[in-house]
Design a protein around this ligand. Structure first.
Ligand SMILES: [Zn+2]
Length: 232
């Protein structure tokens, strides 16, 4: 049976070779969506990058998260833009899992300890439109590598905030205030726990700041913010 399956894939690959979603290269395995060269072309976040330092100032120093860990730099014309677009709008869910495993590897390298994984939620209307929350997929990738539980549905987005791209930083902050709550009777999910808050891309930090405030209020012992990327 496996031989027939392999043969079928070989025939499909011959006529429809799997292509990298970023550069269209056919030097890629069927199980992959992005070629090695494209992954390697994305700048990695380092602690002395201005984007990282500025967000640490906002998230870690002022709003009491313990740490910010992010992997890639999202640039306007870079490969990561295609990757996140495919994840959010083309239903390439395996990319979310892969990003989660990349974050998980970073956490392993740093010996980061935590108790529970909390994805930044989408509002139920947006989730219904998209069919899934990309941060849930990233959380699943982290969980599969590190064997830690996901507190699914403990954090709720109660306001369907409009697209924030045209708003100033202060307007974004106002827009996000009171956008999240802990689902009633789920405080025990976070109380006295080290929470790993997972977002796909952090731009101004307004969204994660709003989540941090809610988790703190519910008694989280520590909050570590992770994201697959920081925006340029
Ligand atoms: Zn490529």
């Amino acid at each position: 049976m496996n031989i027939i399956k392999s043969l079928a894939f070989a025939i499909i690959d011959f006529f429809y070779p799997p292509l990298c979603i970023v550069c269209n290269s056919d030097r890629i395995l069927r199980s992959q969506k992005v070629c090695t060269q494209c992954w390697d072309s994305i700048p990695r976040i380092t602690q002395n990058m201005p984007q990282y330092r500025e967000l640490c100032e906002i998230i870690v120093r002022k709003k009491s998260a313990h740490e910010l860990i992010s992997c890639f730099l999202f640039t306007r014309n870079g490969a990561f833009r295609h990757i996140i677009h495919a994840l959010k709008y083309r239903k390439f869910k395996s990319i979310g899992i892969q990003l989660g495993r990349i974050i998980g590897t970073t956490l392993l390298d740093r010996h980061t300890e935590f108790d529970i994984i909390i994805p930044v939620p989408l509002h139920r209307v947006k989730r219904r439109e998209r069919g899934y929350n990309q941060s849930d997929l990233i959380a699943q990738g982290i969980s599969s590598l590190l064997q830690k539980p996901i507190a699914a549905g403990c954090l709720l987005r109660t306001r369907n905030t409009a697209s924030q791209t045209t708003l100033s930083i202060e307007d974004r902050r106002q827009n996000m205030q009171n956008a999240f709550i802990i689902r009633p009777k789920h405080e025990h999910d976070v109380k006295a726990k080290i929470c790993l808050l997972v977002d796909d891309i952090i731009t101004t930090g307004a969204t994660v700041k709003a989540c941090i405030a809610v988790l703190r209020k519910a008694g989280a012992a520590q909050i570590i913010v992770v994201s697959s990327a920081l925006a340029e």
